[in-house]
Design a protein around this ligand. Sequence first.
Ligand SMILES: *Cc1c(COP(=O)(O)O)cnc(C)c1O
Length: 400
Amino acid sequence: MFGKMKQHLQGELSEIKAAGLYKNERIITTPQYSEIKVQGADGTEKSVLNFCANNYLGLSNNKRVEDAAIKAIQSHGYGMSSVRFICGTQDLHKELEQEIARYFKTEDTILYAACFDANGGVFEPLFGEEDAIISDSLNHASIIDGVRLCKAKRYRFANANMEELEECLKQAQAQRHRIIVTDGVFSMDGNVAPMDKICDLAEKYDALVMVDECHSAGVVGATGRGVAEKYDCYGRIDIHTGTLGKAFGGAIGGFTTGPKEIIDMLRQRSRPYLFSNSIPPAVVGASLEVFKMLNESDELHTTLMSNVEYFRTRMVDAGFDIKPTQSAICAIMLYDAKLSQDYAARLLEEGIYVTGFYYPVVPKGEARIRVQLSAAHTQEQLDRAIAAFIKVGKEMGVIK
Ligand SMILES: *Cc1c(COP(=O)(O)O)cnc(C)c1O
C-alpha cells in the first residue's frame, strides 16, 4: 500500500534536490582523522585534509583510547542488552559518571546514548506547566525538541542578546521555576555564550542555568574544561549537558551533569534514559581513558588552541573575513550561497575538505565556509589548507 506515499515522497525529494538542499553523504574509507581518504563519485579514493570533523582533541583515532576500548570489551563484553535500571549498569558506567562530574566540578552525572537524548530527556522530568524555559534562538535542534516535549511556558531570546534575555526573565516571573538554556559554543559562528552575564541575570531574576557543552567541552577555558572554567562560573551553572561524540573521543554517548537531586530525578523519570539501551562497555572504557588523559596533561588542548590561533592569524592576514571565534570553529564569511558551495568544491579538488553553509542553516546572505580545527592537525597541514584557501580565494576574487 506504499504506492501513493511513494509518489508523494518522490515529489518531495525532487523538490529538496531542486532547491539545492539535498544532503549527499561523502564516504570515508579510513579512520576519522586530520587526513582521510574519501570516495569520489567514480569510486576512486582521494586523500584530503579534514577540516570538518568535531575531532577537536584528535582522539577519534588515538591508540591509547582504542586500546582502552578493546580492553573494556575483553573485561566487560560487547553489549549491555538492557537499559540501565533493569540490568544495564556496570561498574564502568558508574566510574565514568563520577569522572565526568569531577571534570565539570559537579555532583553527579547521568549517561545517555547521545547528547540528543540528554537534551531530549532533561526538561520534561524537571519542569511542568507552571514553569518557564528561556532558550537562546540559536540553540541546538535537540534542545528545541526537548523543550517541545515539556509543558513549561517557552520564552526565546535572540542569540546571546542579554537585553532580550532580561525581558524574558521579567515576564517569566509569573512562573514557579525558570531556567535559562544556552549552547556553550554556537556551532555556526563559533561564538561562546556570555555565561558570566547569563549567570548574573539568572541570580537577579531567580532562574536556573543550563548549558549544552557539546562544542565547548574540551575546547574553551584555560584547560578546555568548558564555559564554567572560561567565565569562572563554577557553582553558578546548574546543569551541563554534553557529548562523548566530539572532543571526548568522538564515538557516541551523551551526559547530563549537575546537582545530585536533578540527576537523581532524571534517573527516575527521563524517558531516553529509562527506555533506551546502556552505552556499550567499549565506549565507556575508552571514555574513561579519555578523561584520564585529559587529567594527566593539557597538551592536546594547548595544541588545539595554538592551531586555532595559527590558522586564524594567517587567514586574517591573507585578507579573509572571519567571524571572531572563541572556539575551534572558524567561520570564513563569503556571504553568497553559490560562492560558498563552489569554493568548498574547489578546495576539495585542492585536497582540503571543508563544508560551505548557507540559508537556511545560517541567515540569508551570510553564507560561509566553516573550518574546524583539531589538535591532530600538524602545522604543515594547516599551511597546506591556508595556501589552498588563498589560491582559490584569489581565483574567485574573494581576496586580492
Ligand atoms: C552535536 C551536538 C548535540 C548532539 O550530540 P550527540 O551526542 O551527537 O547526539 C547536541 N547539542 C549540540 C550543541 C551539539 O553540537
